[in-house]
Design a protein around this ligand. Sequence first.
Ligand SMILES: O=P(O)(O)O[C@H]1O[C@H](CO)[C@@H](O)[C@H]1O
Ligand SMILES: O=c1cc[nH]c(=O)[nH]1
Length: 246
Amino acid sequence: MLLPILQVQTEDLSPYAIVCGDPFRAEKIASKLDNVKELAFSREYRTFVGEAGGVKITVTSHGVGSPGAAVCFEELIKGGVKTLIRVGTAGSYHSELPAGSLVVSTAAVREEGLTRQLVPQAFPAVADAEVVRALYEAALALDPNVGRGITLTMDALFAGVEEFPHQKYKKAGVLAVEMEIAALYVIASLRGARAGAIVALDGYADADLKEVYDPHTDTVAKAVEREIQAAIQAVVRLAAADASKA
Ligand SMILES: O=P(O)(O)O[C@H]1O[C@H](CO)[C@@H](O)[C@H]1O
Ligand SMILES: O=c1cc[nH]c(=O)[nH]1
């Protein structure tokens, strides 16, 4: 079956997918795999398939923001994907987590609009525990400072006249803010898939992002390299664990 928006044949997909916002990051992730094939580049959705440690892995970019990303998550799951790991970037809320740090997201605050159209506001956006464990252990082996905890998902990146809720969530212990994880976790829960996410921090979020936001530094690029490695290793571990249960 051809997935209408991703423009990918479902037979070509793996049950294990790594997703990211940027189509060029998808290419970078795919470059770490063996026997890579580009399946499609439709709108912001660029899909590759390759292998790591004998495990077939799909890599797809989902663009910026929850509504567009949701289309990608829904179609991948419809196409047979059962495990999704987001490899993203995020803004930090904590001085101990400077630019270049990694955070594994255990759950996401739903400060976006997409999931409100899917589930009641009391419904949690929560990661799968096995995916979190695999991601955290793989990341910890590469970076002893990796954080693990709640992240926040918003729709807006640049502020208007309304105050962003950064201070409130920082006080509540949220580690970082980005734009798609809540959609991923809610959709995975609704559709019977499992999901997790790791983000590379690109600076402090509670500054004026318009002035200081720069996700293209060497420090961030190195952190993205580490999170890619961690995500691929996590998929290999999860696939081995799945095979031992079968
Ligand atoms: O680097 P990605 O995966 O795109 O993630 C973050 O970067 C984008 C904002 O520039 C948003 O998509 C946000 O969630
Ligand atoms: O959504 C995002 C992504 C990266 N950095 C931020 O501050 N916000």
